[in-house]
Design a protein around this ligand. Structure first.
Ligand code: NAD
Length: 557
């Protein structure tokens, strides 16, 4: 790797192949995944060490990056490297089956846990924003958000449409960085999708990238195309240039009721994210520069109108949900008292999955060889032939998702199945069918690894939304079980002070020791999700714990 203390001479890319540059595969995996996070194909602003999600970084600064690389290369198989907010601060002798790296990013004592204190400490060079998988070295590019959106739509389909979204109409707004995954996720489920965005360039970008099929500038035209596709049972996505606060009331006037309805505009930011209605985008941009207070006032009013339209369509039968962008809060501030009659997506669709330990499971081929991932794809289909949405996802992901950096795959799997797949992958590495070890990890947005009262733990049955003991216990359990690296973060997804979460990664290198680690970690980790939801009183989790033989000391509340 050619780099200088202030930054890379040429882009950072993970080594490929089977040759080790470290003293074991656990260390090598951490090294390659750190570098992969900073690969220009993967990271948003690699020169600043920013991987994704605003300012989520992989290392605090370039000297820290170089020091981490150096330490990983010399780390023994019974040592553990400690990372404090992206900087290596020590190496301790532990034991062979302990994690090789322990990471703590962005954590602040409660009273100080806000952006002001964080920025003050960041200016002093003492802390780093780690987001979720940026500072814990297991980000895999946009495949993650496509799959999460697919899983949400698929679960909505299971709950409301008998598991079949063919011929159904999904309507949403916002075709930006994250929202742009919606058209592809929708057509992957077999549905038709209308995506409203004020900015034609955003829609065009999704068409160029293969995420959206067509663009339209006229609602009747868009609806005609979608209706034709629905009649033929064909999946189709159309991006409509327009403002959601204008287009949704027009849908009501035309008597069109979507089957599923949501939103991914950047409503969390009324000044720089959301665009007020009844004006062109160019007019809005000029107003933003000229009079930010007036812009914000109009933007808030538009969000009120937007949510009133969502509520009206909900009343007419559209299955409507909030998609984690804080639109409900803004509408409530704008005077829409019933804004929270729209449910959040986690309580509606994700929590039942969390109750059985199901969540975003991912793995990466350290060889850099796509064939290794295609072999794992076949393995998934062999192991879980009855899971039709999973089969559909793997088929479509192979055709539609381009690898970024080291080849990777994501799919949602639950308690039991994760360990089964991890052990089977380890066997393929052992037999040489897969050419080099596979790294197995997950997003921090998972069943038992996050406390985030406006997102993952919104509206918990027992009111335990803000209790952060669970992600901390999750990290401790995975450390005890022998993950390859474990991390504890604050603030990912929703900002400093609003969430506490933990990550884990475990390496399948084909050895007996790896098999023992995989069996333990891939059981303790989703097991925490089941326990967290049993404790909160969810019957699905309680029944599942009984069937799966998970011991809960005080089950009867
Ligand atoms: P982005 O800023 O890249 O895109 C937002 C898009 O909304 C832009 O294309 C913009 O032109 C469009 N827009 C703004 N106002 C509009 C209006 N009134 N009508 C129509 N279009 C309008 O943001 P992103 O990365 O796509 O994220 C979108 C939102 O989703 C954010 O608030 C983000 O925090 C949230 N989010 C949720 C999850 C989740 O897990 N559900 C994940 C990531 C992001």
């Amino acid at each position: 790797l050619e780099t200088k203390p202030h930054g890379p001479v040429k882009p950072v890319r993970a080594p490929h192949g089977t040759a080790l540059s470290c003293k074991g595969w656990q260390q090598e995996a951490a090294l390659r995944m750190l570098m992969n996070n900073l690969d220009p194909e993967v990271a948003e602003r690699p020169e600043e060490l920013v991987v994704y999600g605003g300012t989520g970084k992989a290392a605090r600064d370039w000297p820290s990056f170089h020091a981490i690389v150096r330490e990983l290369r010399s780390l023994e198989n019974d040592e553990t490297l400690l990372i404090q907010s992206g900087k290596p601060v020590g190496v301790l002798r532990t034991q062979e089956s302990a994690p090789r790296v322990l990471i703590a990013n962005s954590n602040l004592v409660g009273k100080w846990s806000n952006w002001d204190c964080f920025h003050d400490l960041e200016r002093k060079g003492l802390i780093m924003y780690g987001q979720m998988t940026a500072g814990s070295w297991i980000y895999i590019g946009s495949q993650g958000i496509v799959q999460g959106t697919y899983e949400t739509f698929a679960e909505a389909g299971r709950q409301h449409f008998g598991g079949n979204l063919e011929g159904r109409l999904i309507v949403s707004a916002g075709m930006g960085g994250m929202g742009g995954a919606q058209p592809l996720a929708a057509t992957m489920t077999g549905a038709c999708f209308l995506g409203i965005d004020v900015d034609a360039a955003r829609i065009e970008k999704r068409i160029t990238g293969g995420y959206c099929d067509e663009i339209s500038r006229d609602l009747p035209d868009a609806l005609a195309r979608l209706n034709a596709a629905r009649t033929n049972g064909r999946a189709l996505s159309v991006g409509l240039v327009g403002n959601a606060a204008d287009v949704l009331p027009e849908l009501i006037e035309r008597g069109v009721v979507p089957d599923l309805l949501t939103d991914q505009t950047s409503a969390h930011d009324p000044l720089n994210g959301y665009v007020p209605n009844r004006m062109t985008l160019a007019e809005a941009i000029r107003l933003r520069e000229r009079d930010s207070a007036e812009y914000t006032r109009l933007s808030m009013a538009a969000m009120g109108r937007h949510v009133e339209a969502l509520l009206a369509l909900q009343a007419r039968g559209a299955v409507t949900f909030d998609y984690g962008n804080n639109l409900r809060t803004q509408a409530k501030l704008a005077g829409v008292e019933r804004a929270f009659d729209i449910p959040g997506f986690v309580p509606e669709y994700i929590r039942p999955l969390f109750c059985v330990g199901r969540g975003p499971f991912r793995w990466v081929a350290l060889s850099g060889n796509p064939q290794d991932i295609y072999r794992t794809d076949r393995l998934v289909l062999e192991l879980f032939p009855e899971d039709l949405p999973l089969r559909r996802w793997i088929d479509l992901a192979q055709r539609k998702i381009h690898f970024q950096g080291l080849p990777a795959r994501i799919c949602w799997l639950g308690y039991g199945d994760r360990a089964k797949l991890g052990l089977a992958i380890n066997e393929l590495v052992r037999s040489g069918e897969i050419s080099a070890p596979i790294v197995i990890g997950r997003d921090h947005l998972d069943a038992g690894s996050v406390a985030s009262p406006y997102r993952e733990t919104e509206g918990m049955l027992d009111g335990s939304d803000a209790i952060a003991d669970w992600p901390l216990l999750n990290a401790l359990a995975n450390t005890a079980a022998g993950a390859s690296w474990v991390s504890i973060h604050n603030g990912g997804g929703v900002g400093i002070g609003y969430s506490q979460h933990a990550g884990m990664v475990v390496v399948a290198d084909g050895t007996d020791q790896a098999a023992r680690r995989l069996q333990r970690v891939l059981t303790t980790d989703p097991g925490m999700g089941v326990l967290r939801h049993v404790d909160a009183g969810y019957a699905i989790a309680e029944n599942f714990a009984g069937t799966a033989g998970i011991h809960v000391p005080m089950r009867n509340r």
